[in-house]
Ligand binder design. Sequence first.
Ligand code: TA6
Length: 258
Amino acid sequence: MELKNSAGDSATIYQFGACVTSYVKGGTDYLMVRPDAKMDGSKPISGGIPFCFPQFGPGAIQQHGFARNLDWDIAEQTDDMVVFTLSENDYTMEMWPYKFLATYTVTLAGDSLKTDFSVTNTDSKAFDFTAALHSYWSVEDIDGVKVSSPSFNGATYLDKMQSPPADVVSKSDSITIKGETDSVYAGVSGDVVLADAKRKSPLTISNTLGWADTVIWNPYGSEAMGYKNFICVESGVAAAPVRLEPGEYWTGAMNVVP
Ligand code: TA6
């Protein structure tokens, strides 16, 4: 489906995985879909803003969880806003035995793309989850990219390129990509700014609620994945799980501000 606003901006969203695959403002698409992505539902969409829920990364259930593998329901839709919902079914219960209601609202505002993700525990027992918006931001050239936030400086990150993965303390407030990178920064939230040397103005990934951590991923050198033209700067609760008691809910809000 496509959202449009009066400024001429647009966003394309697939019901499969509730995945936003493009956000065009002022003629620039700020999202990227990998050249090796499958768009036919045969695997999760590798691009745009895929969902990782109820598990980020490898673990007890399939990589990145099931939310990106399922058709979400559309609860509400206007020209510039859509509300998706997802709840348990036989497939999810077999993998993760909890009842839940996930709600994802995407709004094409005049100045930004707004996302709100809420999870409610509708079960009679507590559950833990991790999650992320595995956002693929388009860039002109990865070698000219800098990702900044004051909270990077002093943050501990899990460097997944080490074997085994190891905690490292960051000594800088910005990140450039010099090789394959897969890092989970605990406590990096708020405004994370993505500057691209070949673009006039930076993109702000504004985490206003819930999303507590930031994941940086780029498969540097992989032409098949189109590594030169994207960086994943992911808004997550990935460093530590969120626990929800029956009836409790959690909300993560992330706005993309060009
Ligand atoms: O978020 C980083 C990461 O978990 C990497 O470890 C890498 O595997 C990537 O996501 C892509 O995962 P996918 O399952 O979409 O191929």
